[in-house]
Ligand binder design. Structure first.
Ligand code: CTP
Length: 417
């Protein structure tokens, strides 16, 4: 991928050198475009040595090469880290008074800005308005971290660690995020569609401090929601116990148990065009919830005494949604299946059987092992459809890429808008 790394004049410019290394070590072709002030913090030799290319900050060198147009036009991804309050203001108003702002105006690829500044500057209504303008256009503005700032201050405004910027930038690139130059998500392929995505893993309470849970991180479900929003959908994310950040532009409702998730999704199903059940729903819950913490007994005659927890079945939410829909064409219902093959059947045979049993339109089958899928950034899936024998294999790939494939398939099933 051709990446432009913009660097502006903040003390966190040194972290951009690490970000540059992360990109180049993955084989990306990175052009660094610093501002003049960035070079007060980290000098040209550092950027030139790490990127292997000469740098320039203004539009007056190499004129015959038309760098102020070419660099932006050729880029697959533009990342600015750190982005100062000044850069955000110039980007929001469309100024083009140095090479970097020219690149921002000529790029038609995803643009990701990672701001860093003092909390007062970040909270100032001018900066808040500039960030809102950029986000409304589809530019990805990464939330700054909270913590120690230069001088005595602490608070929001810290540049996130290079790994987080790297991950968010690649997620934006894979999701086909907007440059903010007209191809905004209002014109995306899912514009006007209402989507519900369930994500994470349910927790079935046993007493006030204990629950039965599972290992789902919510990464894949959140990526599904993120990509839908970037493609223009109005997305409600029902997130069960996930620590993943809520994607920009997505309405997130937190749920805990399978019964809470069932109520949250079924009460909204009638207003959805698509429901994606990416959550790992517990099949069983403790039969009785105990109001006070279950204590150990201290009977010397039976020192190993332990309670027996009786379980009951949870409803199958996905099957319930399919039954409620009946023969109506909407909503399109997508299930996920975590499968391991066994002595009798392969992962795919289990998947086909589950698709038939659950009656959903699309089933995304993950092959799971102890260290695969859960909590990882990459995933391999087989996408099966009820009315087709086609089997689309996606991955191993970033969960945003997988999400893109799922939405490509769902897009073919949606009635014309
Ligand atoms: N699911 C659900 N309600 C449940 C269990 C699962 O809605 N009580 C949904 C999940 O969100 C997922 C799909 O069903 O989209 C498949 O989940 P999985 O756990 O693989 O399927 P199970 O029906 O539980 O099958 P298994 O017998 O393999 O456990």
């Amino acid at each position: 991928m051709k990446i432009v790394l913009g660097v502006t004049g903040g003390i966190a410019a040194y972290k951009a050198a690490l970000l540059l290394r992360l990109f180049t070590e993955e084989g990306h072709d990175v052009t660094v475009v610093p501002t003049d002030n960035a070079l007060r913090f980290v000098g040209a030799p550092t950027w030139e040595a790490l990127s292997g290319k000469p740098i320039q900050t203004d539009v007056w060198s190499n004129i015959t090469d038309v760098p102020h147009v070419r660099i932006g036009q050729e880029a697959d991804l533009v990342v600015v880290a750190p982005a100062t309050a000044d850069l955000l203001a110039r980007a929001a108003t469309g100024l083009a008074n140095d090479l970097l702002t020219n690149v921002l105006l000529t790029a038609r690829c995803p643009i990701v800005l990672a701001p860093a500044m003092h909390t007062e500057m970040w909270d100032h209504p001018a900066t808040v308005a500039n960030v809102a303008t950029l986000r409304a256009r589809g530019v990805t503005v990464v939330e700054p971290d909270s913590g120690r700032l230069t001088g005595k201050g602490t608070g929001p405004g810290r540049l996130p660690e290079p790994e987080r910027i790297h991950d968010e930038a690649l997620a934006a690139a894979h999701a086909g995020a907007s440059s903010g130059a007209g191809a905004s998500n209002a014109a995306g392929p899912l514009a006007g569609r209402r989507v519900i995505v369930t994500s994470g893993g349910t927790r079935e309470p046993l007493d006030p401090v204990r629950f039965l849970g599972n290992r789902s991180s919510g990464k894949q479900g959140h990526a599904i929601a993120d990509v839908a929003a970037r493609r223009g959908a109005q997305v409600t994310l029902l997130s069960a116990n996930s620590a993943e950040p809520v994607p920009a532009g997505v309405t997130c409702i937190r749920v805990g148990s399978a019964l809470e998730l069932q109520e949250a999704v079924t009460s909204r199903a009638h207003e959805a065009d698509v429901i994606v059940m990416a959550a790992a729903v517990a099949d069983f819950r403790p039969k009785h919830y105990v109001d006070a913490k279950i204590k150990k007994t201290h009977d010397p005659a039976d020192p190993d005494a332990a309670p027996t927890v009786e379980l009951v079945r949870n409803p199958d939410i996905l099957a319930g949604l399919v039954a409620d829909r009946g023969h109506a064409p909407s909503p399109i219902i997508v299930g996920f299946a975590a499968e391991t093959g066994d002595a009798n059947k392969s992962v795919l045979e289990h998947g086909r059987e589950k698709l038939a049993r659950k009656g959903c339109d699309v089933l995304v089958v993950n092959e799971v092992g102890v260290d695969t899928t859960f909590g990882q950034d990459e995933n391999t899936v087989h996408v099966l459809q009820r009315d087709s024998d086609d089997e689309i294999v996606a991955g191993p790939a970033n969960k945003h890429v997988i999400a893109g494939v799922v939405w490509d398939v769902v897009g073919t099933l949606l009635p014309k808008a």
